[in-house]
Design a protein around this ligand. Sequence first.
Ligand SMILES: C[C@](O)(CO)[C@H](O)COP(=O)(O)OP(=O)(O)OC[C@H]1O[C@@H](n2ccc(N)nc2=O)[C@H](O)[C@@H]1O
Ligand SMILES: Nc1ncnc2c1ncn2[C@@H]1O[C@H](COP(=O)(O)OP(=O)(O)OP(=O)(O)O)[C@@H](O)[C@H]1O
Length: 296
Amino acid sequence: MSVTVRAAAKINLHLGVGAPREDGFHPLDTVYQAIDLYDDLTLSVAGEDSLTVAGPPYVDVDGIPTDASNIAMRALAEVACGDAHAVRISKRVPVAGGMAGGSADGAAALLAHDRLHVLDQSDEVLLAQAARLGSDVPFSLVGGTARGRGRGEVVERIEDLGTWWWVVVPASVGLSTPEVYRHFDRLHPDAPAQPAEPTGLLAALATGEPVRLARTLHNDLEEPAIDLRPELGTLIERGEAEGALRGMVSGSGPTCVFLCAGRDEAMAVAAGLSATYDVVLPAVGPVAGAHVVHPG
Ligand SMILES: C[C@](O)(CO)[C@H](O)COP(=O)(O)OP(=O)(O)OC[C@H]1O[C@@H](n2ccc(N)nc2=O)[C@H](O)[C@@H]1O
Ligand SMILES: Nc1ncnc2c1ncn2[C@@H]1O[C@H](COP(=O)(O)OP(=O)(O)OP(=O)(O)O)[C@@H](O)[C@H]1O
């Protein structure tokens, strides 16, 4: 008996970051969107704990711990009541890419555990478990388009009837999320306590018009990420020259994402970028949060 859960990568359409709190975390006002780039996690009961990861060549499988420090194993340690488990992850979300790949696996493990053991816990309980694992994990459960506050873990769904086409360009070497936040602090020692609100973006989302959304995309971690990796600035300019409405760093980076006018435009931008960049992935959002699927 096994259960497979699919969980999506995220983009931050808006990422407002405030001055660090006393606990070291930064207050956020963010708008997440789940896109159709997925990890699948399969869970079964076993004699001893084990974890294996497989993925396409662009996924840095060697950069993923397979011991108790893997976020999927941490999730199980949080909730398991004695049983050992075998975990298989089929990974497509770039590692340390700013797309919440680890968080997706943490959310998938929580949901798979709940379903495998027929616990049928409430959303409230699962969301509280997710918040203990990491700031992005509750959103990985919820999916769709949602506003995140607190340190990102307080998630509120947003009605989003749009279909948004993206082109995703991962980097071959990841960036550390804490390092990007530390660099934000260096660049902005006088950052206000309150993060920037996504007022314009929420209005643009409601119109369903990509040109309007493009004008309101905002990421406070873009500047530190580009300062650490200047080539990301070149990539963003190139994607916009290829016809994207707007390019931006995804979360803490280094993955860059490009909003396009529609499906055909995304395919054209992807074809143009493919001449220079090895991995270029068209994607659409919003999509569902973590959910059970039949193993493929
Ligand atoms: C950059 C984002 O992806 C935007 O959604 C998230 O803020 C990162 O979320 P995450 O990877 O789930 O982060 P966590 O695992 O909770 O924290 C990892 C580290 O990131 C930094 N961190 C994270 C979230 C936050 N609001 N402030 C922070 O300063 C802290 O150094 C923390 O020790
Ligand atoms: N299941 C997992 N998948 C990927 N990385 C994991 C996993 N478990 C632990 N890690 C570790 O966590 C680090 C960050 O990985 P992750 O892919 O979640 O970064 P990220 O997408 O930049 O995160 P975020 O966008 O939430 O800040 C990796 O470098 C790796 O060492």
